[in-house]
Ligand binder design. Sequence first.
Ligand code: PEP
Ligand code: MG
Length: 750
Amino acid sequence: MADSTESESRKLLGRLREALAEDSEGQERLDHITHLIADSMATEVCSIYLFRDDETLELCATEGLKAEAVHQTRMRLGEGLVGRVAKSGSVVNSADAPKERGFRYMPETGEEMYSSFLGVPIQRLGDALGVLVVQSRTAREFSEDEVYALEVVAMVLAEMAELGAFIGEGAALSARHQHPVMIRGGVGQEGTAEGHVFLHEPRVVVTNPIADDPHAERERLHEAVDTLRMSVDEMLAGAMTGDTEQVKVLEAYRMFANSKGWMRRMEEDIARGLSAEAAVEKEQSKARARMSQVPDAYLRERLHDLDDLSNRLLRILTGQGKDTGAEMPSDPVLVARNIGPGELLEYGRSLKGIILEEGSVGSHAAIVARALAIPLVINADRIITEALNGDHVLVDGEQGIVHLRPEDSIKTAFRDKIAMQTTAAEKYSSIRELPAITKDGTEIRLSMNAGLMADLPSLESSGANGVGLFRTELQFLIRNQMPKRGELVALYQRVLAAADGQKVVFRTLDIGSDKVLPYMKPQEEPNPAMGWRAIRLGLDKPGVMRMQLQAFIRACAGRPLSVMFPFVAQFDEYRVARALLEKELENEARLGHILPESVEIGAMLETPSLAYAPTQFFESCDFISIGGNDLKQFFFAADRENERVRKRYDSLNVSFLSFIEQIVERCESTNTPVSFCGEDAGRPLEALCFAAMGLRTLSMRPASIGPIKSMLRSINLAEAKSVIDEARNSGAQSVRPAIEEWLRERVDAD
Ligand code: PEP
Ligand code: MG
């Protein structure tokens, strides 16, 4: 790069910095900036277009076009060359603009037919703010250096906009992060919450994008990168014996940290007048922009790594740690790109809600959020760029919607919704001690699903009848290494003590599929949900399962024990697992441990095959629990993790309901107690239909116990059954419409 160009660029940035330091505000400042860019680049026109909303760009300042057009001329995303720059996020450089695809002549701007056009996006970390344009009469393509200089200026503008440099009287430019924003994501955990944003990793603020001593900046960059390399090496040394996935990520970090290309590009940015921080951020912005465009998942992951690494480097340079001293609001709603289960547990129940930019229904974070009953919205696109610490936010976990900085009307509607839920909650608490008996006298036992110690207090507050499903894998998932037997004994003891004599059904480890232990070698499987998971893994590598069974027995210390095995697909699997437990009981007795007062051993019915197992299987089970989440996905061949197909098949589809009925009948014929513990048990219509199919025990998340009990106490089950039968006989696909209408009529009549 020619030294003269470098100094030209530095000169321009220097003038820009002076302009920004002047005591002017908003519009005046923008006008001044367009003037000095046009002057420095020797072009007739310089214009700044900014987004008014997601789809519309507005001319906000210009040198060379008609002043009256400012704040009047608007264009849609993709419209004209300016719209094209905004939409593609890339540069348009043309010597003959009128000949370009999509060129639009805008007479209201007094625009002559300028031949040359150079437009660059104004963006910050992948967040598009607008477009910066220079135009000139003479037909010429702008040089690489000129393009580069304008990009650097655009970046500084974005940075300054972020800091609110263009807000002010008459500017008609509101600051970023002040508009209300509605983001539609996915449902991670139902529930609603109102609170204030607490960023898990607050963004680094770069207050000095322009620097005039490139040597000093380069030194700072080198020092910071050295520190970064050292910390990556340390992390890598610490991780070498552990999880290979983590090692892979860290190796990618190291590769980037040592990348000459990355360093060279940042040094070039510094030579052009940027500060070290701004140079890092410029590269990070580019990576973010690419991230949203590359279809390849592996490449996207690597760009993510680079993004993380850039954040680390920025924190080293600015001295802004993860803990920025931002005070945790009293009603925190956690906002993060993603979060590990352990970190989430550290925040614990203090959180009102959680919003993740990524995440999935089956992610560990979602599992923990569910266990803690904290409303969670996942896949909330752009939440990281939009949200600031302390922003007012409404989380609608029922719909998967986030309202950031909501308007008053939204707030009111939302609060009404919360108030209704609170009233309902009060009603539920008044029936907490009462049984779930239908009007025609059928009692349904409602127990709760749990997986963490943190769940246990809900046993009391929800009025649940014991724990119908204790998912033991959560304790394994949130640790960095395999728990020891002694730790498990202590944990299960605490669970049983907290249950205070109520029954707890422990399910042995259900890992594999979506639940991959951080410290176990991940298996490359094309279809993990149908792969080597749960009891399959437990029987093939019985070491961990045996340790767990021993821990159950010891933790009981004479109390009754209830254990079930997940994902049994054929009789033999259950037989072998049961024998393993019986053998452990013998061994424990031999070792002098007190045996449980009674032992119940059950199987989870999660694959259709088991419904057709030999009668002897049902006879040999002390109980059966229908794992409806898995059973439904295999019944309909529709992945429970796949948003596209997850909701395609209704749980009240007549085929599925009839299938459940058949399972209940088979269990009845052998007097085997049967329950249902999938998520559907916690939904009122589903619970009602399952009860009508003969199920007498339902296990659900604690928050559902009140609504389900209240509904069951208000209906006549035999009547519901005849409505369902009628719908089934009518050839309907699902009984939902009929049962919904029946319930509605009943509520209207009350
Ligand atoms: C189920 O599959 O319904 C179940 C309860 O198990 P999990 O959701 O943990 O797979
Ligand atoms: Mg399951």
